[in-house]
Write a protein that binds this ligand. Structure first.
Ligand SMILES: Cc1ncc(COP(=O)(O)O)c(C=O)c1O
Length: 436
């Protein structure tokens, strides 16, 4: 059984921030923004309001260069100073402005402020991909001898980075079963610096009780990080539950058009200051053109998410009743073990569904994937085009059968990212594919 959740009509109250948005994210005038005559300094707009209003207006100055309504693309690798005095004002901290492209640019300021407003965060830091974001955060926060604990259902590259690569720098990672809070607490030692989880998880769509997760962190004085890529700030704001850092692959729903890569970490200004400094060294930044595309994609984020939520729910409901489907993983599905926490904490469940084909081996399963006509066969998720893939073949083919079993990747699993196409077309497509 799948919960029939009203996706849009009466949700706005839930989606509005009860928290003030800090001046850092919402209101700071951009140093490169022109001062419009007679209007005083420009302010970054609409940190208040619902998520769709914020998508359109937050983070942008009201009056832009030459009166352009959209943010101009500042294609500059460096920013000029009019004099040595101007440099001194900048290096002494008397004037905030751009300096060099690796440290930031006006397009980045605008998108970061928009994302911070959407995630109810003081600050957001953008990276060139989701993976660059997690690497940037953890490389800043962890030192040799430190430990992290993470819930074991997660994007395979996050697991790989933590278990294979952080270990080379003397950081120990512990994996515990997702949602097992006793195991989480037991794994914490005096050296633990970070608790990490996805919610919902990829590809099992398990929802973690964020209130509990944050409370465990606080009780043990350990920071908490949630990868909310699959949920997006449209469906949940982990910071409102007390989580310290929210991480998104902006490649997915935030960009939303399967045409760019980006990543973001949101959190408190003081905690993120050294992270921003480290990013200036790592250089994992976005081009102004990419940032413009991300900003443009974000304008319709609210609308797109409504449709992703509707399509995800409808396709999951269809799959649950289909005789060829033995199991559906979707946070809105009552059969999902974490559906009650999903309904308590989330405003919608997104467009990603994983399901298992009844009595099928991997080849029979791949025939269904190959038969899809509308959904395109590709990794990734969260874009306007629906995508379909078989995790066994796409991401886990080079893992041992034992590891696949350990990570819960069944041969007969299909993962489908519902795009924004018409619901009935998506259902018709998957229906005909299931007859293959
Ligand atoms: C849940 C999740 N987190 C992080 C990432 C990494 O993001 P990116 O591909 O933008 O580096 C992915 C990528 O698929 C993902 O699914």
């Amino acid at each position: 059984m799948i919960t029939n959740m009203t996706i849009d009509s009466d949700a706005p109250d839930l989606r509005r921030s009860s928290q003030p948005v800090s001046p850092v994210s919402g209101q700071t005038p951009g140093p490169s923004d022109p001062l419009p005559a007679e209007q005083g300094p420009p302010t970054r707009g609409a940190s208040a309001g619902g998520p769709s209003t914020q998508c359109v207006h937050a983070g942008e100055v009201r009056q832009k260069s030459e009166g352009a309504i959209s943010t101009p693309i500042y294609t500059a690798s460096t920013f000029t100073f009019e004099s040595t005095d101007a440099i001194l004002r900048f290096v002494q901290g008397d004037e905030q402005r751009e300096e060099y492209g690796r440290y930031g640019c006006p397009n980045e300021k605008s998108v970061e402020a928009k994302l911070a407003a959407l995630d109810h965060a003081e600050e957001a830091i953008l990276y060139s991909s989701g993976m660059a974001a997690i690497v940037g955060l953890l490389m800043t926060k962890l030192s040799a001898g430190d430990e992290i604990v993470f819930f074991d259902q997660c994007y395979h590259r996050s697991r790989e980075f933590c278990s294979k690569h952080l270990s080379r720098f003397g950081v120990i990672t512990h994996q515990v079963p997702t949602g097992d809070f006793d195991a989480l607490e037991s794994a914490i030692t005096s050296r633990t610096k970070m608790l990490v989880s996805e919610s919902p998880t990829n590809p099992h769509l398990t929802v973690v009780d964020l209130e509990k997760f944050a409370a465990v962190g606080k009780a043990n004085e350990v920071e908490t990080l949630i990868d909310a890529t699959l949920a997006t700030p449209f469906n949940i704001n982990p910071i409102d539950f007390g989580v310290d850092y929210v991480w998104h692959s902006a490649t997915k729903y935030l960009g939303g058009h399967n045409d760019l890569l980006a990543g973001v970490i949101c959190g408190r200004h003081d905690s993120l200051e050294p992270v921003r400094g480290m990013r200036g060294i790592l250089g994992s930044i976005n081009s102004p053109q990419n940032l413009y595309m991300l900003e443009r994609g974000l304008k319709t984020f609210g609308l797109r998410m409504q449709r992703h939520n509707e399509n995800g729910l409808a396709v999951a409901q269809f799959l649950e009743k289909h005789p060829r489907v033995s199991r559906v993983y979707y946070p809105g599905a009552e059969s999902h073990p974490t559906s009650s926490i999903a309904r308590q904490q989330m405003r919608g469940f997104g467009g990603l569904i994983t399901f298992e084909v009844k009595d099928a081996d991997w080849k029979q399963t791949s025939r269904i994937v190959d038969a899809a006509k509308l959904a395109r066969i590709a990794p990734s998720l969260g874009g306007v085009e629906s995508l379909i893939e078989q995790p066994y073949v796409m991401s886990y083919f080079n893992y041992t059968p034992e590891d696949r079993k350990r990570f819960g990747i069944a041969d007969n699993m299909i993962r489908m990212s519902c795009g924004i196409e018409d619901t009935e077309d998506l259902i018709a497509d998957i229906e005909q594919a299931l007859t293959a």
